[in-house]
Design a protein around this ligand. Structure first.
Ligand code: SP5
Ligand code: ZN
Length: 316
């Protein structure tokens, strides 16, 4: 499978995030992408291609233009070691702006759109190693380490060519992605995530949220208890894949977060490293043109190997 990657993400490296009024080191580090790409090279998972530039209008189809302009302006105006926080268009304490943030976030979108182009050219499976991640970024807000919603922008782009399903397996609910398609029937959003009553992003992703208007029935949320183990997860995933099969999309986008891993410092269900090849195998079993977009996953010691196990299921 082709892998889309650029080291442009390195220029986005915020020094801190804030929990309970305390500044702690930023968990969404450049090292995350570095260990993943190193594993891809070692395990020869696929040829690595650079993203191609895409017009800003694809971002503005999902995000308020003034939000996009503001992120660009703030990034450009900061001094070398400047960090902007808080500001308008920030929904929480986990997405500070640094001088390289806009360029890195835009490169991540380009990686997602280049992956989408490859699918349109009959590639069966593509992995876009996006960093920063995207699924918490909403119409006019950054948050939860996310600035532009890579998966939503790619899904909207692909939706001009056929129905799209998004399967979100990050530990956290993809509130930004859900919002983007909440009233649309041509993009199905299915998410498995920790119960939003007790986990970030709090208050979005309950089972009763199923879509609105024409979109009713095209959002599926499956909140999970923190005690969810490999077998539990696989069982729920198979049910979720059933919804996708029934929808019969032209394209599948997987918002792939690996913070469900038991030893993840930010998330953490009870999934062991064995789970990720099984999860990959089950999803690959749908035999749909599939784009995998990197979201969360913060245990840098294990991230390379669990992402590698997952991706290998989509080869050949
Ligand atoms: C893309 C993504 O995975 N974003 C996650 C954003 C999570 N934000 C903060 C979660 C706070 C978790 N509580 C701290 C636990 C420290 N041991
Ligand atoms: Zn997450």
């Amino acid at each position: 499978m082709k892998v889309v990657y650029t080291d442009a993400h390195r220029q986005h490296n915020p020094p801190f995030e804030i929990y309970d009024d305390v500044k702690v080191p930023y968990a969404e580090t450049a090292a995350r992408a570095e260990v993943i790409i190193a594993t891809i090279r070692e395990q020869q998972i696929g040829p690595i291609v650079s993203p191609r530039d895409h017009a800003l209008r694809y971002i503005e189809a999902i995000h308020l233009p003034e939000y996009v302009r503001s992120l660009r302006r703030h990034s450009q105006q900061l001094d070398t070691n400047g960090v902007l926080y808080p500001s308008y268009f920030m929904s929480d304490t986990y997405a500070p702006v640094t001088p390289g943030t806009f360029a890195a976030a835009r490169a991540a979108v380009d990686a997602a759109l280049t992956g989408a182009d490859l699918l349109l050219h009959e590639e069966a499976a593509v992995y876009s190693l996006c960093r920063p991640p995207g699924h918490h970024a909403a119409h006019h807000s950054m948050g939860g380490y996310c600035y532009f919603n890579n998966a939503a922008i790619a899904a909207n782009y692909l939706s001009a060519h056929g129905r799209v399903a998004i399967l979100d397996i990050d530990y956290h609910h993809g509130n930004g992605t859900q919002d983007a398609f909440y009233d649309r029937a041509d993009v199905l959003y299915v998410s498995l995530h920790a119960d939003p009553a007790t986990a970030y992003p709090y208050g979005s992703g309950f089972a009763h949220e199923t879509g609105r208007g024409k979109g009713r029935g095209f959002t599926v949320n499956v909140p999970l208890p923190k005690t969810t183990n490999d077998a539990d997860y696989l069982r729920v995933l198979r049910t979720a894949l059933g919804y996708i099969k029934k929808f019969a999309p032209e394209y599948l986008i997987v918002s792939a977060g690996f913070d469900t891993f038991i030893d993840d410092p930010i998330g953490g269900l009870r999934l062991t490293h064995h789970a990720y090849s099984s999860i990959g195998k089950a999803i690959a079993g749908l035999s749909l043109p599939t784009m995998i977009i990197q979201e969360g996953g913060y245990n840098v010691s294990h991230l390379g190997s669990i992402v590698g196990d997952f991706l290998k299921q989509f080869q050949g």
